[in-house]
Design a protein around this ligand. Sequence first.
Ligand SMILES: Cc1ncc(C[n+]2csc(CCOP(=O)(O)OP(=O)(O)O)c2C)c(N)n1
Length: 798
Amino acid sequence: MMTTHSGVSLEKKAVNIPLSADEIKQDFYLAHLSREISVIGRREVLSGRASFGIFGEGKEVAQIALAKTFKEGDWRSGYYRDQTFMFATGMSTPEEFFAMLYGDTDITRNPSNAGRNFNNHFATRFLDEAGNWLPSVNARNSSADVSPTSGQMPRLLGLAYASKIYRKLEDFADKWKYSRNGDEVAFGTIGDASTSEGHFWEVMNAAAVLQVPLVMTVWDDGYGISVPTSIQTVKGSISEALKGFEKQEGTNGIYIYQVKGWDYPELCRVFAEGVERCRKEHVPVLFHVTEMTQPQGHSTSGSHERYKSTERLAWEQKHDPLLKMREWMIASNIATAEELDEIQSKAIADALAIKNKAYRSYLNPIIAEKNELLQIAKAKTCQCKGDNEQIYRSILNDLQANESPERKDVVSAARRLLRAMCNDCPNMPQLKQWLYKQQLRNLDRYGSHLYCENQYAALNVEVVPPVFPELPVLAYGREILRDNFDVLFAQYPNLIALGEDIGKIGGVNQTYEGLQQKYGEHRITDTSIREASIVGQGIGMAMRGLRVIAEIQYLDYLLFSLQTLSDDLATLRWRTYAGQAAPLIVSTRGHRLVGVWHSGSPMGMIIHAVRGMYVCVPRNMTQAAGFYNTLLKGQDPGLIIEPLNGYRLKEYRPSNLGYYTIPLGVPEIIVPGNDITLVTYGSMVRIAQEAVEQLKTMGISVELIDVQTLLPFDIPHVIAASVKKTGRLILADEDVPGGATAFMLQQILEVQKAWHYLRQPPKTLTGAEHRPAYASDGDYFSKPNTDDVVEAVLEMLQ
Ligand SMILES: Cc1ncc(C[n+]2csc(CCOP(=O)(O)OP(=O)(O)O)c2C)c(N)n1
């Protein structure tokens, strides 16, 4: 390697990157600034000013080197140690770091998560305030971090895969916003121990097969909290373990590099070479960055002296990347020791100043709220009776004395002051009004944006009813879906469908029959069997301007992807305060068919895991097709569960396929009636219809309601109106007892307040507690059948 007084030129191999002395000194400064931020951050937590902290110390130098390769248009899907990378790429700032640590809810100070997540959980904003997508090609983009180790992996695949799609996609007018010929690289980061997770392996395999521009960096500091790499990884080395993935002449695969985490010039060189190859050739690259340290231990929840030997601790001190960089700079005549001391001191002073400013900025609005409350509370004119006056004064004094209150201290004080006031206190209305205003603001601060709240909300999609010709034509359910998809692929040039078997054979139920041949392999794509990363692939692609239908072959297998749906997709908009969205449609088929793993209907489990998504449970394929049409017009993520036994049943074929919409959260009264309200959804609707027919012959009039979507649930309160008429309520589904029927009951009784109209206790009719047994007999004895429904109604009427 050639070194000069003014800098260095790293020309060991193919890549030549000259680094000026000024740039290296700047890097040295940033490394020290970031280290001091970690040190101060830890202190802030231990002193009680912040709740929890996790830091990127020991990773500074390597992250600065990696950041040099990150360009506009690129994407990051990383984990909680990436602060230096975020500062170096300009995707975040030290001020924002502290705002995150304190839980600052101001979106201008904490644009990553507005106080909804702890520090080092980054996100850039790719939606503007009105919900419009900003051009990601002109920005450096970080998808929003999650805490589950390796939870960032599935979406990483999609972020990379989108570049591949954009190299092929034509006729998409907005393509310029998201891609320049697919040259964007998706950068993933992960700790060594987290590579033990299935998500990591699944995604690396898929990336290697798909040949996507994905750069995976493993920061190897030897431990996952206290458990060493030798217990985590075969042969104790992720790059050794992945040897079989390595790309050879004429094969697919990945490029693998190993580099030491304290060797600044070598890191700069290796990263530059690897990322360049990845960007150009669309071959995934793995950097195994070894010999890293973690000077403060895992997090603020414990010290590393508990599990690291004294030898290891001494080794870490010697191999601290900051120290190594300093030694190298002096040895290479880039700077003198005195110069570096000065840079170090400046970094330390700057970090402190930044922290102080961030803390004041966080605290001042809360102090202002406290002062507002004190002013109102002190203005009380009446003397409340008994102990109340004393309690009131003591709450007031405590609040006044609290110089660094949290928001909850102020609101809780207000609520307790109210309770201590006498009912006829003339000051009560003012305090109530102030508290009400605060509660609204806090609802926005902590609870808003679970779903899309702007013009692109799926709930705002205009209702276009299906149109049937004068002479209606019957078609198989699967043909209705197929022909609807056909119109959608023609209508949306950025629509991509992916899933197991949907390409070449058009899906296990032929709902994509012939569409791959018509629209191309890149639009309707077969995937390997990997449900978590099918969903993740869809999330990443949806973040990059594509509309995606990610198919999970059967509802029973959705569980493989439930972690990604629940932790990543469903929380995305909420955890970024509407800064990010992934309008992905996950489609699957479920409810009764045959046997344990083709008949499940665990709807309670699912709807409780995916708040933040809409969940559609159509009774037939006409309704299902309408839900695809609706969700594609909005920007909320949704799950559509096609009824498994409906593909080969005939339905009337709408003439406006691809255009009609079915509103979300609006139940349909399938059969009007007066004696009893029967509520159900999905495949159970047909069973219920048969029962209702039988009951009709007995002179019993049942009002049968199909809820159509579980999330949202009956927005116009159709069910309460029905119960008002009938006074009786039965809820039926195929889930376990206390599953989705319990959810519906809570909605109807508590939210819709229909208990008021009930003449008898309501009843739930559900599947058995065990899984559905095989064949029609198994079905009959495991799931509610027509006889069960008829008898439940008769019993209630007796
Ligand atoms: C799915 C999941 N399991 C466990 C944890 C708790 N946890 C947080 S960090 C961590 C260790 C991760 O170690 P490693 O991947 O080596 O990263 P490092 O923190 O050392 O950088 C664990 C077990 C978690 N966040 N998510």
